[in-house]
Design a protein around this ligand. Structure first.
Ligand SMILES: [Zn+2]
Length: 243
C-alpha cells in the first residue's frame, strides 16, 4: 500500500474534510515493535473515521484528504518534533526508539507530504470551511474514566463555526449522551492540523470527535455521517448568514 495521502475528489469546493488518523497501515519493512493486535486498536488509528469521512464527502459532494499511514508511524496531528510517538496509551513503541537521522527524516517526509498536500488543496480550490474527522476510544487504558460524549466539537481560538455546529447538534434528537465541547480533550491543548491550516489563515473550521464504538459498523457509520453532514450544512448556513 502507498504511503501517499489520498484525495477523495468532489465537485463542491466549499467544504474540505481532513482525516489525520484514517489509516492503520505500516509501510512494508517497518517494524514498530508493538503487539499485532495494537494495530487494530485506537492507538494505531481512529476507528471508523475514514468511513465517516468518505460517506460525508459523498453526501456533500466535497473533497476529503486522508492520511495513509498509522499514527504510530507518524502522527499528522502533532507538530513534527512530537510526531514520532515513543508510546501510546501505555504501549511502548520500541521501533520508534533511537531512530537514525535517516529514519527520522523518512518518517517526517510522510508528515510533510500530508501537510503540503493539504495546503495545496486549500490553495487550489479555497474552501469556506475546513472540517476534521476524528474518533476517540470510550475509555483509555491509562485513564479509564468513561467518556460519555457520543460526539464532540474541538476548537482552539476561532469559535465561529463551532458555535453553529454545537447549536445544530443540540437540535438533533436522541444523540444518546451529552455533546462534547472541547471533550474528551481540549482543542486549546491539541489542535495541530486545524491550527496550521485554518486558524493560521483565518479559515473557519470544525473539529469533530466521534466515539469509535458508534461508528465501528456500517449502520453506525451511516447514522453518524448523516448527523455530521447535517451539522456541516447548518454551520455553512450560519456562517453565510453572518457574513
Ligand atoms: Zn484522531
Amino acid at each position: 500500500m502507498s504511503s501517499t495521502p489520498r484525495l477523495i475528489d468532489g465537485d463542491d469546493p466549499r467544504i474540505l474534510l481532513v482525516c489525520d488518523h484514517a489509516s492503520n497501515a505500516v509501510p512494508a519493512g517497518l517494524d514498530l515493535g508493538v503487539p499485532a493486535e495494537a494495530l487494530s486498536q485506537h492507538v494505531a488509528w481512529d476507528i471508523g473515521a475514514e468511513a465517516v469521512s468518505r460517506t460525508v464527502a459523498a453526501t456533500l459532494a466535497c473533497r476529503a484528504w486522508l492520511a495513509s499511514v498509522s499514527r504510530l508511524v507518524v502522527d499528522c496531528n502533532r507538530p513534527p518534533e512530537q510526531a514520532i510517538p515513543q508510546h501510546s496509551d501505555g504501549i511502548p513503541i520500541s521501533g520508534n526508539a533511537n531512530l537514525s537521522a535517516t529514519d527520522t527524516a523518512a518518517r517526517l517526509a510522510l508528515h510533510h507530504a500530508f501537510h503540503d498536500g493539504l495546503a495545496r488543496q486549500i490553495q487550489l480550490r479555497p474552501p469556506q470551511l475546513l472540517v476534521s474527522i476524528h474518533s476517540f476510544t470510550p475509555a483509555l487504558a491509562s485513564a479509564p474514566a468513561p467518556r460519555p460524549w457520543p460526539i464532540a466539537i474541538l476548537w482552539n481560538q476561532d469559535y465561529r463555526a463551532t458555535e453553529y455546529a454545537l447549536a445544530a447538534l443540540e437540535a438533533e434528537p436522541d444523540l444518546g449522551g451529552p455533546i462534547g465541547a472541547n471533550e474528551p480533550y481540549s482543542g486549546q491543548i491539541l489542535n495541530y492540523t486545524m491550527d496550521r491550516h485554518a486558524e493560521a489563515i483565518g479559515l473557519p473550521y470544525l473539529g469533530f470527535e466521534i466515539r469509535q464504538d458508534l461508528i465501528a459498523n456500517a449502520p453506525g457509520v451511516a447514522r453518524w455521517s448523516a448527523i455530521v453532514a447535517r451539522t456541516i450544512r447548518a454551520t455553512q448556513e450560519g456562517l453565510c448568514s453572518a457574513s
